[in-house]
Design a protein around this ligand. Sequence first.
Ligand code: DX5
Ligand code: ZN
Length: 215
Amino acid sequence: MAKIAPSLLSADFANLKEEIKKIENGGADYLHLDVMDGIYVPNITFGPPVIKRLRKVTEIPFDVHLMIDKPERYIKNFVDAGADIITVHEEATIHLHRTIQEIKSYGIMAGVSLNPSTPLENIEYILGDVDLILIMTVNPGFGGQSFIESMKDKIRRLRKIIDERNLDIIIEVDGGVKLNNAKEILNCGAELLVVGSDIFGAEDIEHRTKEFKML
Ligand code: DX5
Ligand code: ZN
């Protein structure tokens, strides 16, 4: 069964509690929270206070995707807000190994994300340290973009590396994932799919979440 992390970015921001309830009822595995700072990406979303408040209205695990410059400045704030996974961008932190260790020191899962143009080789020496790798299949910053087809090869290559070395790393994919391409992405070796617009833009959000879960 596919693991699904609906991205709150495409939800109705005036009704977050109700929106989260719908994806919970649909069987979503995580809530994907896209934090943007207007510097690392050209968009601004929300930060720890919003996440902290949401933590009180749902039990669903929080998958926090930090699209912010120098994320090491804020790891503790997101841990205190209730993150279960914190993913930072390889391109955004100079001392990636140290940042990963800090996330893990709080007893939560540490993820690293790669932009479409960033090679897998950049994370060669931290493969033994991460719990999750988030392959961006759009350029981060906005929901509703098209899946970049060449990323399928990247997912397959990463799957091969993980299997060959027997590593315990979740492959998560983010950007342009829809009901009509999700199966193929899973077949490339992804395990956890982030879905924004195709879930929160659907007529029946709960039903659409269930459709993804049945893949
Ligand atoms: C993009 C975000 C994604 C986004 C995905 O920068 O990281 O999580 O919400 O949205 P869709 O599924 O619409 O491409
Ligand atoms: Zn994301």
